[in-house]
Design a protein around this ligand. Structure first.
Ligand code: OGA
Ligand code: NI
Length: 372
């Protein structure tokens, strides 16, 4: 029996275990994957959410899964463009979440990306720890939960985040193990950037924004990739893989394996999204809600975990360049539609991340000029 297992059976409270005290404790703080591999039967106290924040899994799975629109992007190229643009715009305005198929990214690229993501979390912890940092401005960062320094409760998730654009300046910072990581991820990130650019163009078209300046800026904008790993969890009813949040960029493109876990808040209920093979899940982030002056919705979502299967996902968050001001498009402001948000940029968001706790005020709410 490991020392950690013993501690759960005895009187030792896990919250008392401090970082770096001994090897097993370090792992405990730095990787839920390592914790999961200890085959513990009970969740350490640090991961137990207050009752009001727990996922109530029995209730959720009794509900239906979330029927998200599935949009066939092949139509963007031909006569059906206006129809597809409308479907994208409506989905962005109504739920802020939709799925896309026939997106043009080769199956092989997608498969390799999922494979290398799983493999990354198999790399020895000592190696993953090299990227460990609580500095949210680091261009590459490995971590657990959301921000280990700030989080009162931990989430059941390990992650690797890094920038992808401009690729030639970023790629050498990425992990060199697994050996194919850089090559596979570079290829995927280029493809996914093209998809994001295409989606952004369709959304601007739907909003009838004639100027192409946002699109041009977006093309050269920030691209952040987040690899998420949610290992099997001994008591999934007591914790979450990710707390409720909205994404900060303009467009997030989510690739997930076949294991269910993502839930979207809809009409006060948490609804599960069933992964659709061959598709990507697209969601609107805070920046696009601001740019669209509230026409598009940055929806709140969270991740639940399970006791049986490990889950891997890759979220790629696309926005304007870091220091570019993000403000509602002037075309969308008039006497009936006042400016709804104050100007912001990526840097402001990072500041909010370092000062506030993750489960505190939502960034978007802090820049709203009116409450609706
Ligand atoms: C995220 C996110 C969802 C998932 O990375 O912001 O919401 O299913 N991920 O992992
Ligand atoms: Ni998210």
């Amino acid at each position: 029996m490991t020392k950690l297992q013993r501690s759960h059976m005895g009187s030792v409270n896990c919250q008392k275990i401090s970082v770096g005290e001994e090897e097993i404790d370090k792992n405990f703080w730095q990787s839920v994957k390592s914790l999961s591999e200890q085959k513990i039967e009970r969740l350490p106290t640090k991961y137990i959410l207050p009752p009001s924040q727990r996922p109530k899994l029995n209730e959720i799975f009794a509900q239906q899964t979330y029927d998200l629109p599935v949009i066939d992007l092949s139509g963007l190229q031909g006569d059906r463009r206006s129809e597809v643009v409308k479907a994208i715009g409506n989905a962005a305005a109504q739920k802020g979440f939709f799925q896309v198929v026939n997106h043009g990214i080769p199956e092989m690229v997608v498969e390799e990306m999922l494979k290398v993501s799983s493999e990354y979390f198999e790399v020895p912890l000592e190696e993953r720890q090299k990227f460990m940092s609580t500095d949210v401005r680091k261009p590459i960062r490995y971590g657990t939960s959301w921000n280990q320094l700030n989080d009162t409760c931990f989430c059941w998730r390990d992650f690797l985040k890094h920038y992808c654009h401009p690729l030639d300046e970023m790629v050498h910072m990425w992990p060199s193990n697994p050996p194919q990581y850089r090559c596979v991820v570079a290829c995927y990130s280029e493809q996914v950037k093209l998809l994001a650019t295409e989606l952004m163009a369709a959304m601007m078209e739907h909003l009838e924004i004639k100027s192409t300046s946002i699109q041009k800026t977006f093309k050269n904008g920030s691209q952040m990739m987040v690899l998420n790993c949610y290992p099997p969890c001994p008591q999934p009813n007591l914790t979450l893989g990710m707390l409720p949040h909205s994404d900060y960029g303009c467009i997030t493109i989510l690739l997930q394996d076949e294991v269910e876990g993502l839930q979207v808040q809809d009409e006060g209920l948490w609804k599960s999204v069933r992964p659709l093979p061959g598709s990507f899940l697209i969601n609107i982030g805070d920046h696009l809600e601001v740019l669209s002056n509230g026409r598009f919705k940055s929806a709140i979502h969270r991740v639940v975990v399970n006791s049986e299967r490990s889950r891997v996902s890759v979220a790629t968050v696309h926005s304007l360049p870091f220091h570019v001001k993000i403000s509602p498009c002037p075309e969308l402001i008039d006497e009936h539609h006042p400016k709804m948000y104050r100007d912001t940029n990526f840097n402001d968001f990072l500041n909010s991340l370092t000062c506030s706790r993750f489960n505190g005020i939502r960034f978007l709410d802090s820049i709203k000029l009116y409450t609706t």
